[in-house]
Write a protein that binds this ligand. Structure first.
Ligand code: NI
Length: 160
């Protein structure tokens, strides 16, 4: 496994649409493992392949506190969503920015695993938010595109 460099906001690769994964080979497995390691190292709850400069439809997510709930999603798509939640959201590619973002409360996705087998995964709250956030990266979208406002920390407000 190896850490990969996380692309930041200014990098145009984050604005491109990722391509479907067709080959379920050792390179894909390596990419997924590197992405997980990079996400954990950065203390993130999700990472999409374009964030490590790979335009492939692959994401990793782990919203558990003890970091035991790794999900690998290849060619993921949202098949159900309902409800609504509002709250702060951030991104490893947009360091130091938190925005107030509305998302569905409940999301069900369909995806392939690293061997190409289709499965479904379902999430509420933070996991539902992570599904939406990471899948948006595959379309070249960032949370800053849809945030209602930026959440400015209190210390910074006082300085002005
Ligand atoms: Ni992100």
């Amino acid at each position: 496994m190896a850490l990969r460099k996380i692309a930041t906001q200014e990098d145009p690769i984050l604005r491109r649409k990722a391509r479907k994964v067709e080959k379920f080979d050792a390179r894909l497995a390596q990419l997924l493992e590197d992405m997980a390691q990079t996400m954990y190292e950065a203390n993130g709850v999700g990472l999409a392949a374009p964030q490590v400069s790979m335009l492939r439809r692959a994401v990793v997510i782990d919203t558990t506190e003890d970091r035991s709930g790794l999900l690998e999603l290849v060619n993921p798509e949202i098949i159900e969503q309902d409800g609504e939640q509002e709250g702060p959201e951030g991104c490893l590619s947009v360091p130091d920015v938190q925005g107030f973002v509305k998302r569905p409360m409940h999301v069900k996705v369909r995806a392939q695993d690293r061997n190409g087998n289709w499965f479904e995964a379902e999430g509420e709250g933070l996991l539902a938010r992570a599904f939406c956030h990471e899948l948006a990266h595959l379309e070249g979208q960032l949370f800053t595109d849809i945030m209602e406002y930026e959440i400015v920390p209190e210390e910074e407000q006082e300085e002005e």
